[in-house]
Design a protein around this ligand. Structure first.
Ligand SMILES: C[S@@+](CC[C@H](N)C(=O)[O-])C[C@H]1O[C@@H](n2cnc3c(N)ncnc32)[C@H](O)[C@@H]1O
Length: 383
């Protein structure tokens, strides 16, 4: 059995000092509220999960450019102990060792910021004696925290990417932690090892998979970020009921994660002809897509819809297209109201108007006052 790679005296003291400082920072921020999770955090040296280096965003770039920070650089070790997410893979294959200059592609794996991981475990009320499934092993840092709290034998973690999964396995092995690590699509869960008391996802889903509900025992809980095509996201804690449904509150704070690989939006394809269509006035315009709460409610109303800003004829319009049915809505401000033009198989915007009008007439409750319900066929928001 391979133990952790131990640096000489001074190096080890420096690592220990940095870890203690991180834990103290998390406590001071209120991100670490309970003693057992404090102990777990203090027992996981984060740099072990970042031995392949990480990517740093180049300030002022749009779209973001990334450069790599390798373990032989002086900034590597201190950065491992900052309360920051550190990107470890880009575009599904590129690791920090592969890059000399800059790369401008999307991150596909990272070590989540410690305060968020710990907050999620505390919110999920993960307790010893429970069996937990994690979706999105990533570097293995959050898996290690769960192992410290529950024992490796009670932790199963699934990673989509085989290369990322292998690095996590090695890092966990250096700390003598041997949870069940699976490689594959975590949206399918791992029925053969269930049922679970808790499921946690550190990648975002646009719909909570039925498999997760089926694999959680009644009364058990699922914590995940729901993030849809309108770029609204919400951290939800669902309790699983005996009838195959799950429901629970949207938790506070603006939490976002990279999308589960199999839930990433498909290419948009050919746009419908947006110049034709029926026009009418509406009090519910594109401004609902600018506000966090109403964007989230709109996303629940039309979950397969995407939002684009397009020039149609000689005007700039906000266009919402349902990518499953092709139904579309084009919105433009006129006077003190809005004009909506619609086309396709069904009146898309009417569904949005109905839900937003109900929300307004109920006093416009905050996101944190809402509840999400998931059944085998639908996902809805209530307040
Ligand atoms: C934010 S990272 C996870 C961070 C991890 N919890 C940590 O502390 O290092 C998200 C991970 O989810 C993985 N992922 C994305 N889609 C997935 C899927 N469908 N099943 C399993 N893992 C997935 C990504 O490859 C990525 O490694």
């Amino acid at each position: 059995m391979r133990g952790p790679r131990r640096p000489s005296g001074e190096g080890a003291m420096n690592e220990q000092r940095l870890l203690q400082h991180l834990v103290a920072t998390l406590r001071a921020k209120g991100a670490l509220r309970t003693e057992p999770w404090k102990e777990a955090a203090a027992a996981v040296p984060r740099h072990e999960f970042l031995r392949g280096g990480f990517f740093r965003a180049v300030p002022g770039t749009e779209p973001t450019a990334w450069t790599s920070v390798r373990p032989d650089s002086g900034e590597w070790l201190p950065a491992c102990y900052l309360d920051e997410s550190l990107v470890t893979q880009i575009a599904g294959t590129v690791r920090p060792a592969d890059i000399r200059g800059e790369i401008m592609r999307e991150p596909t794996s990272s070590s989540t910021l410690p305060s968020l991981v710990l907050r999620m475990f505390e919110d999920l009320e993960v307790e010893p004696g429970m069996k937990m499934l994690e979706i999105g092993t990533g570097t293995g840092y959050s898996t290690a925290l769960a192992c410290r709290r529950l024992g490796s034998e009670n932790v199963t973690s699934i990673e989509y990417d085989a290369d990322v999964a292998q690095s996590a396995r090695e890092a966990l092995g250096r700390l003598d932690l041997y949870p069940t690590l699976l490689t594959g699509d975590g949206l399918l869960g791992a029925a053969e090892l269930g049922p679970y008391d808790r499921i946690i996802a550190t990648c975002a889903v646009h719909t909570v998979p039925t498999s997760w509900i089926e694999q959680t025992r009644p009364g058990g809980r699922i914590l995940t970020v729901i993030a849809g095509r309108l770029n609204a996201s919400a951290l939800v804690r669902l309790t699983v009921h005996g009838d195959g449904t799950a429901s629970g509150p949207v938790l506070d704070g603006h939490v976002s994660f990279m999308p589960a690989r199999s839930h990433a939006p498909p290419p948009l394809g050919v746009l419908p002809d947006l110049s034709a269509g029926r026009e009418r006035g509406t009090g519910i315009g594109a401004d609902v897509l600018a506000d966090r709460t109403t964007r989230l409610i709109t996303q629940f109303a039309v979950p397969a819809a995407r939002h684009l800003k397009l020039r149609v004829g000689h005007r700039d319009e906000d266009v919402v297209i349902d990518e499953e049915t092709g139904a579309w809505t084009a919105l433009r401000a006129e006077g003190s109201g809005w004009i909506v033009r619609e086309g396709g198989a069904h009146p898309l915007w009417e569904t949005v108007e109905e839900l937003i009008e109900r929300w307004r007439s109920d006093g416009g409750p905050a996101v944190e006052q809402t509840t999400v319900t998931v059944t085998a066929h639908s996902q809805s928001i209530r307040w």
